[in-house]
Structure formats: structure tokens, C-alpha cells
Design a protein around this ligand. Structure first.
Ligand code: MTE
Ligand code: MO
Length: 384
């Protein structure tokens, strides 16, 4: 069993698939902490977790004129400045289960917790590329940076993807080769000893157990770049779909969800007020500037309070423009609407480009169940 050496996991996680291991935390716990503890952070593995010996680990950087550069973990930690960013990682399949309710899609049935926020520390990819010989001559032809993991399928094919060169080399891109998550060595499920963190970009490009970086004129030829993680029209079915017709997902759209109360919860009318909580985030470094909440199915709306830190702790400083990589937690406490026996609670976020979420799943439904950012709705009962 290639999965026999997989690490232990926390029993509170909802497991969507055991082998490979895919799991998410219960929503009501997720938004309890601004920084998601690693045991609760969703785990999305396509393959068995590779056992990497940190002493013999090498990161190979290829495709540059000076020849390949091979770096040990020690090299990464001592030869380059250490940077820390707080960044949210979201799987393209987050909230797929709501797409499934509209019409069957293909993929793991994720709820709303295939997202997490962590402090990542490591070296800038930019610094490593410059050390490997990236310069104005290379900039003339280089278009993409490939990342290859050390996890392999039965045919020996490694997990791999790529990102555009401008994101990788830009000083404002903040792409990290991270060796720490929340101040500790990256746990094995999350990429020990080194993973790429591409903030603002879909989870799939944040390659774990990073073994190889290649500078190229082309995108990665991997399955995950060419055939998966792409968006299609609601009318596209498996007979018609042409993966070449759609670009690979990179930056993600604006997103939000309600973590408390849970769908189907029962609320006591004598409480008089109701507290609704959740998360909100947008891709590409766009900052969430507002979250609207409705308690009556979208007829009336109230503005939630946004938070960038844990309760009672100082908030994180505002990010520079275009570099809002971390989610915001939000909360609204409002009087219970009188007489209503059932409430449809809705949230929707707005980012600083005034992007908004679509109100329903139908117009964004796609056969793979990716990119669901429709208004999140939960129904609760009010009892006497
Ligand atoms: N990297 C490798 N090497 N193998 C993988 O299976 N899964 C990707 C990405 N990086 C994956 C990977 C996907 S689809 C997502 S959403 C994120 O890792 C999940 O990261 P996490 O497990 O740390 O939450
Ligand atoms: Mo993912």
C-alpha cells in the first residue's frame, strides 16, 4: 500500500477521500481562528505523501543559461533572506457540493472548508531565480515557471503545474519557496520540506514537496495544467469539452461563506439576536472591502464587520495595494426577524475591484464543479 507511510491526521476532519487523503475541517471550527492551525488546514493530495529526507533533499532549478542550480534545504535557509507572508490557500473545488446539488459534477465533494489561512515563511522564488541566472536576456523569452513535486503516481509521473513568469519574478508577487507553516517546519501533508506558496492563485499551483523548478517558454505539459483546473460554460458536457479551449485557472474570483450557523441549525426565538460568522477572500491580491449579509433570502442586507486577526489580538497591518493575500473573517449580530419560522441567511463579498459573487450556481455550473463562488446560503429554523 503506497499510502501506508502517510502521516496521522486529526480525527475532527471530514474525510472526502482516504487514499489519496483529502479532508477539510468542520466549518464552525474553521473561522474560529484567523490563522488556521495546520492540523485543521484542509488537505488535498492527489497521490501518496512522499517521505523526504531533509538532509539529502535537493531543489533543482533548470532551464536557465548558466546550467542547473541544485540547492539543499540548508542552502535555501542560509543563502537567501527569509520572508513571511500570511496567505489564504483555496482549492478550486471548494464548495463543489453546492454545485452537485444543482446537477452532478465530477470530483471530490468538498464543502465550504477547502480553504485555510496560514503564515508561510521561506525564501522568495524571485531571489532563487535571480541567483540561478535570471536576467534581462532570459526575460526576453521566459514565459512560465514549472513546479514539480516529489509525489509520483504508479507510472512515475510527478504532480506538476506552472505559473506565468511575471507572477514568479515580480517583487510584488510574493511567491515563496516556503519551509515553514505557522512558524514550524511545514508538516508532511502540506509539503515538507519545501512547498511553493503562490499567493492569490488557485491551490493547485501551490506545489508541495517541491523537487524541481523549470523556466520555460511554455506552460507545464502536465495533466493538472493542461486538462484539469480549467473552467467551462454550463452548457459544456463531457462529450463536447475541449480542454485546450480554456485557460488554466490562476487567480481566483471573490469568495465568501457562512461558517456559523450551520445549514439546518435550530435557533431559539428567545435569543432575540442572531450572530452570523464566516470568511471572505479574493484572488490576485484583491482585498475584500465589504461583506453583505441577508437574513431574509436576499430582500434586505446588512454590512458585516471584517476582521484581520484573532479576537482580542491586534489586527494584521493593512496589506500594500494589490497584495491582500489573506482572508478576512466577518461577523454580524442582528435582531432576529420577528415571526419568521425559517430564515434563509446569505452572504456575499465585494473586493476592491468591485467584483461581486453571482447570486446562484446555475450560471456558473461546470462539469468539473470548479470555481463555485455563488452567494452562500444557509437555512435555519426558529423555534419558540
Ligand atoms: N502539490 C503536490 N505535489 N501534490 C498535490 O497533490 N495538490 C494541490 C496543491 N499542491 C498537490 C500539490 C492542490 S489541488 C491544492 S488545493 C493544494 O496543494 C492543497 O494544499 P494543502 O493540502 O496544503 O491544503
Ligand atoms: Mo485543489
Amino acid at each position: 500500500d503506497p499510502y501506508s507511510s502517510d502521516p496521522e491526521r486529526h480525527s475532527v476532519l471530514h474525510v472526502n477521500c482516504k487514499k489519496p487523503f483529502n479532508a477539510e475541517p468542520p466549518p464552525e471550527i474553521l473561522a474560529d481562528s484567523y490563522i488556521t492551525p495546520h492540523v485543521l488546514f484542509f488537505k488535498r493530495n492527489h497521490l501518496p505523501v512522499p517521505q523526504v529526507d531533509p538532509a539529502s533533499y535537493r531543489l533543482n532549478v533548470e532551464g536557465l543559461p548558466g546550467g542547473a542550480l541544485s540547492l539543499s534545504l540548508e542552502d535555501l535557509k542560509t543563502r537567501f533572506p527569509k520572508h513571511t507572508i500570511t496567505a489564504t490557500l483555496q482549492c478550486a473545488g471548494n464548495r463543489r457540493s453546492d454545485m452537485n446539488k444543482v446537477k452532478q459534477v465530477n470530483g471530490l465533494n468538498w464543502g465550504i472548508s477547502a480553504i485555510g489561512n496560514a503564515k508561510w515563511s521561506g525564501v522568495r522564488l524571485r531571489d532563487v531565480l535571480l541567483a540561478a541566472g535570471f536576467g534581462p536576456e532570459v526575460a526576453k523569452w521566459a514565459r512560465h515557471v514549472h513546479f514539480e513535486g516529489l509525489d509520483k503516481d504508479v507510472t512515475g509521473t510527478a504532480y506538476g503545474t506552472s505559473i506565468p513568469i511575471n507572477k514568479a519574478i515580480s517583487e510584488e508577487g510574493d511567491v515563496l519557496l516556503a519551509y515553514e507553516m505557522n512558524g514550524e517546519d511545514i508538516p508532511s501533508d502540506h509539503g515538507f520540506p519545501v512547498r511553493v506558496v503562490v499567493p492569490g492563485v488557485v491551490g493547485a499551483r501551490n506545489v508541495k514537496w517541491l523537487g524541481r523548478i523549470v523556466i520555460s517558454t511554455e506552460e507545464s505539459s502536465s495533466h493538472w495544467q493542461q486538462h484539469d483546473y480549467k473552467g467551462f460554460s454550463p452548457g459544456t458536457n463531457w462529450k463536447k469539452v475541449d480542454p485546450k479551449s480554456a485557460p488554466a485557472i490562476q487567480e481566483l474570483p471573490v469568495q465568501s461563506a457562512i461558517t456559523v450557523p450551520a445549514d439546518g441549525a435550530v435557533i431559539d426565538r428567545s435569543d432575540e439576536t442572531l450572530t452570523v460568522k464566516g470568511y471572505a477572500w479574493s484572488g490576485g491580491g484583491r482585498e475584500v472591502v465589504r461583506v453583505d449579509v441577508s437574513l431574509d433570502g436576499g430582500k434586505t442586507w446588512q454590512v458585516a464587520q471584517l476582521r484581520s486577526g484573532d479576537e482580542g489580538q491586534p489586527a494584521e497591518p493593512s496589506p500594500p495595494p494589490g497584495r491582500a493575500w489573506a482572508w478576512k473573517l466577518w461577523e454580524l449580530t442582528a435582531p432576529l426577524p420577528p415571526e419568521a419560522e425559517e430564515l434563509e441567511i446569505i452572504c456575499k463579498a465585494v473586493d476592491n475591484s468591485y467584483n461581486v459573487q453571482p447570486d446562484t450556481v446555475l450560471p456558473i455550473w461546470n462539469l468539473r464543479g470548479l470555481l463555485n463562488n455563488a452567494w452562500h446560503r444557509v437555512k435555519v429554523k426558529v423555534t419558540e
